[in-house]
Design a protein around this ligand. Structure first.
Ligand code: NDP
Length: 246
């Protein structure tokens, strides 16, 4: 028996990057895993194949996190197909990098919708099905605590909101034995933040460890929170950031 045997997880934005690493890791730890994606159907299929290769059931769901109905339906579909939901990982994200004057209200609303509203909608829908031992894990960003540069006002605001969301959920759901936390990654080498981009050296200089993280580094912390090791951790903001916040 592995740590998550018999559990079902839903990872939003699980087709690429950090979300794909989390989906694979939770499956290796014994969970059946559903994942959402918006455009990358082929990559989502590859992640499902990896989940099945680990001996678990996988399910890819096309669901745009900007659409609250699609998010709620993804939770219901997970329960309908995989039978339950024990672990929700709100990971889907975008990285708007814009000068303040260039940010439109539509840009603002879209970022908030994908990062904050979708996380709330998914948590509310999932909590209706969760039992004691349920886990909600939100993926924030180290930029929520220390922005470190210009052009990231809306991104930072949306990720900081996940700290408040997680603390509120911890209060609301703690009496039912369900935990809620936020993990704040630092620079991780993905399509969103390639380790060979123009901005990469600047980011490495901001890290005491001096190098980018791997998506598996974030997945390891999520797996810890999702498993027995996370049973007394709730309302916490956990940095997996190479020391960025230090
Ligand atoms: P990637 O761009 O590599 O992957 C993003 C994932 O989110 C993809 O699976 C993508 O789906 C999905 N996604 C994007 N928009 C939507 C949407 N509207 N609805 C549903 N799914 C969507 O990003 P990362 O893996 O780097 O980032 C994952 C999370 O980690 C994000 O929340 C990000 O903000 C956060 N983070 C990342 C850091 C980094 O340095 N990489 C640092 C700190 C935080 P599809 O493949 O279909 O496009």
């Amino acid at each position: 028996m592995t740590n998550l045997a018999g559990k079902v997880a839903l990872v939003t934005g699980g087709s690429r990057g950090i979300g794909a690493a989390i989906a694979r890791r939770l499956a290796r730890d014994g969970a059946d895993v559903a994942l959402t994606y918006v455009t990358s159907a082929r990559q989502a299929g590859d992640v499902v194949a990896a989940i099945e290769a680990a001996g678990r059931r996988g399910l890819a769901i096309a669901a745009d996190s900007a659409d609250p109905r699609a998010v709620a339906e993804a939770v219901e579909r997970t329960v309908a197909v995989l039978g339950r939901i024990d672990v929700l990982v709100n990971n889907a994200g975008i990285f708007p990098y814009q000068a303040l004057d260039e940010v439109s209200l539509e840009d603002f609303d879209r970022t908030m919708a994908i990062h904050v509203r979708a996380s709330f909608v998914a948590a509310q829908a999932a909590a209706r099905h969760m039992h004691a031992g349920g886990r909600i894990i939100n993926i924030g960003s180290c930029l929520a605590e220390r922005t470190g540069g210009p052009n990231m006002t809306v991104y930072a605001a949306s990720k900081a909101a996940l700290t408040g969301l997680s603390k509120g959920l911890a209060q609301d759901l703690g009496p039912r034995g369900i935990t809620a936390n936020v993990v704040h990654p630092g620079p991780v080498d993905t399509d969103m933040n390639p380790a060979d981009s123009e901005l990469a050296d600047l980011q490495r200089k901001a890290l005491p460890l001096g190098h980018y993280g791997h998506a598996d580094d974030v997945a390891a912390t999520v797996a810890h929170l999702a498993g027995e090791g996370g049973r007394f951790i709730t309302g916490a903001a956990i940095a997996v950031d190479g020391g960025f916040a230090a």
